[in-house]
Structure formats: structure tokens, C-alpha cells
Design a protein around this ligand. Structure first.
Ligand SMILES: [Cu+2]
Length: 356
């Protein structure tokens, strides 16, 4: 608790033998290796707090033991054709959950798609469920809870399905495609989404955007005047690159309100090579705009002076109404660069780009 604002929280912990664990799966006497993702969850329904810049609010999050950031949850990185197994244990005391694998076709396998009351009854409190499905769609996808506001409140993560480079369109355009270059953008409210959104709907009030968080990190401002102060002390996410190399970044956007986000990198162009898990004819731009649930794969060439550069995220629509100028930054840092953040301004206006 800081600054006098305290909320109770349910913290969900997955002590993870996470992505990359391999195991054996036997079907009809045929044994093959699979990528197994085990989540034996003492989610526990523990109470705790999540604090950003002194604002504490409840979140429905999945905590990685290896990280202090409670959301996004662990990235799932698999290969095309892998059978993916995820053991989910719901340790909430009262809520049902499902996990949706956003972007996978799930051909012939609808009951693993996580659509509550349509293809699956929610996993009840203190119950578990094993998802098992084929990674049948290559590209950048997202996994997320599909009940209530849990996704909006933090229960989501990247799901990346890679294929052999010879069959990967545009793979000649980059040197590296690393898990650490997943960029997970979360539209963030300073209190539970249900509180704001339900009240907004019932009173026909306009919902305003409130904040953006990149891979669980970011400085926060009091964008809509709720706390009557400005604060900006939290660390920002840093993406490291080596000068002269080309990197594929996989950008995922999770948002509850109408808040498209414009993303750009100072002094660097973005080469778009895929969107929503489908490869596209490469096109070079100076910014992209993501809507909720969208994914963009971009190639960034580290062709500038060794240093640190702002990666800028600028909210539009509800995130730019009535003076609410929601923005956030991460840092593109070259190896051997000073650890200080970029010295250029990080205002909303600075993030305004042409597009092409
Ligand atoms: Cu979805």
C-alpha cells in the first residue's frame, strides 16, 4: 500500500516447468515428442496486491516465479505441429475460468477452444482441466482467459507458433526471432475492469482509456486526473539488440476499451512481415496501429548509433479523448549502450507519427 489506495487481490501463481519442457505423448500406440507446458498451480486464491506507481488494485494474474511482474503470464513458445498440453488448475474460491487459444484453428477440436458455455463449461473453483491441442496455426497468437473480465485484468500471454525457417515466409528478412522480443501491450485501468466498465455501461458514461503497460512494466501518469498527481518512477521494459542485426518483434495487444495503440521506434523503421499470425507482403512503415486482440510481427534493423531509443505507444480513440493522452514507452537498447534511458522527451505528442 502506498499513497493511501489499497485493494485486495487474488494472485495466481504458476510455478513453472514452463515452455520448452519436452515429454512424450502416445496416441494409438504411436509415440512422439511433444512440447508440454505444465501449470501445477497453487493459485491459491491468495490475497495480495499489485502496485503500479503507488496505486494498488486487484488483478487476476498469473505470476511467473521467475519474474516480479504478474502479467502478462508466461509466453508459450511452440513449434507448428506440436501437441500442446496445458494443465490448468483453478484455485479461485468462487469463479469459473476457461483459457482461449486465440488464433488457433482448433480444427476438429472445438472442445479445447475455451469458449465458456459454448464449447466448454468453465473450470469450476478448485477444479482442474487439461487442455490438449495441436499447434495448427503458425504465427503470433495470444492465450487468455475467457470468463468475465479476467483477460482485461491480466490473465493473458503470448502464444507463438514457429515453423521451420525454409517454410517461414519473410524469414530471409531477419537474423533473430527471439522469445525475449515479444512485446505484450496491456491496456491498464487503475482499478478492476468490472468496477469501471459495469458502472460505465449502466450509466451510459464514456469509458476513457487509463494506461498502457508493456510486458508488465512502464511508467504511469495520472492520465485522467483520478489521483490529482503525476508519477513516473517505475522501470520500463528494455529490448536488447546488437548493432547491425535484424530482429523479428512479435507485438500483441490486449485491451478492454476502444483504445487503438500507435507504436513506433525513434530513428527506426518498422518492417511489417505478418499480422494476426498471417504473413504479409513486407511493407516498411514508421508506425503501426494495433486494436484489441491484434498482433503485428515487425522486423527492426539495428542500424543506428549504439544507444537507447524510445519505443513509443500512443493511445487513440478513448485513450485520446477530453485531454486523456494515454501513452507509454519501452526502450530499444543496443548492446554496449549506456543503461540510462533515452534523453529525448517522452510525451504523447512525440509519439505522433505519419504511418507510412
Ligand atoms: Cu481471444
Amino acid at each position: 500500500m502506498m499513497e493511501g489506495i489499497v485493494r485486495s487481490v487474488i494472485v495466481i501463481t504458476i510455478p513453472i516447468p514452463w515452455a520448452g519442457d519436452t515429454g512424450k505423448l502416445m496416441m494409438e500406440g504411436i509415440v512422439r515428442s511433444v512440447t508440454v507446458i505444465t501449470t501445477p498451480i497453487p493459485w491459491a486464491g491468495d490475497t495480495g496486491k499489485l502496485m503500479m506507481e503507488g496505486i494498488v488494485r486487484s488483478v487476476t494474474v498469473i505470476t511467473k516465479l521467475s519474474s516480479l511482474s504478474p502479467s502478462p503470464g508466461p509466453g508459450i513458445q511452440v513449434c507448428l505441429g506440436d501437441t500442446v498440453i496445458v494443465n490448468v488448475q483453478n484455485s479461485f474460491g468462487v469463479r469459473g475460468i476457461t483459457i482461449h487459444w486465440h488464433g488457433l484453428k482448433m480444427t476438429g477440436n472445438p472442445y479445447m477452444d475455451g469458449a465458456p458455455y459454448i464449447t466448454q463449461c468453465p473450470i469450476g473453483p478448485h477444479n482442474s482441466f487439461q487442455y490438449k491441442f495441436l499447434a495448427d496455426t503458425p504465427g503470433t497468437l495470444i492465450w487468455h482467459s475467457h470468463v468475465g473480465y479476467e483477460e482485461a485484468d491480466g490473465m493473458f500471454g503470448a502464444l507463438v507458433v514457429r515453423r521451420p525457417l525454409p517454410s517461414e515466409p519473410n524469414s530471409d528478412l531477419y537474423d533473430h526471432d527471439l522469445a525475449e522480443h515479444s512485446v505484450i501491450v496491456w491496456h491498464w485501468y487503475p482499478e478492476p475492469s468490472a468496477t469501471l466498465i459495469n458502472n460505465g455501461f449502466s450509466s451510459k458514461a464514456t469509458l476513457y482509456g487509463a494506461g498502457l503497460i508493456i510486458n508488465g512494466k512502464g511508467g504511469m501518469e495520472d492520465f485522467y486526473g483520478r489521483y490529482q498527481r503525476t508519477f513516473d518512477t517505475m522501470p520500463r521494459e528494455v529490448f536488447t539488440v546488437a548493432q547491425g542485426k535484424k530482429y523479428r518483434f512479435r507485438v500483441v495487444y490486449n485491451s478492454a476499451p476502444d483504445c487503438p495503440v500507435q507504436m513506433s521506434i525513434d530513428d527506426h523503421r518498422l518492417l511489417v512481415v505478418a499480422t494476426d499470425s498471417a504473413a504479409v507482403e513486407p511493407i516498411e512503415v514508421d508506425s503501426i496501429i494495433l486494436n484489441a486482440g491484434e498482433r503485428y510481427d515487425i522486423v527492426v534493423t539495428a542500424n543506428q548509433t549504439v544507444g537507447s531509443y524510445w519505443i513509443r505507444f500512443r493511445g487513440l480513440a478513448f485513450c485520446n479523448k477530453n485531454g486523456v493522452k494515454v501513452h507509454q514507452e519501452a526502450i530499444l537498447r543496443y548492446e554496449d549502450a549506456d543503461e540510462a534511458p533515452p534523453t529525448t522527451n517522452n510525451t504523447y505528442q512525440e509519439a505522433d507519427r505519419e504511418g507510412l
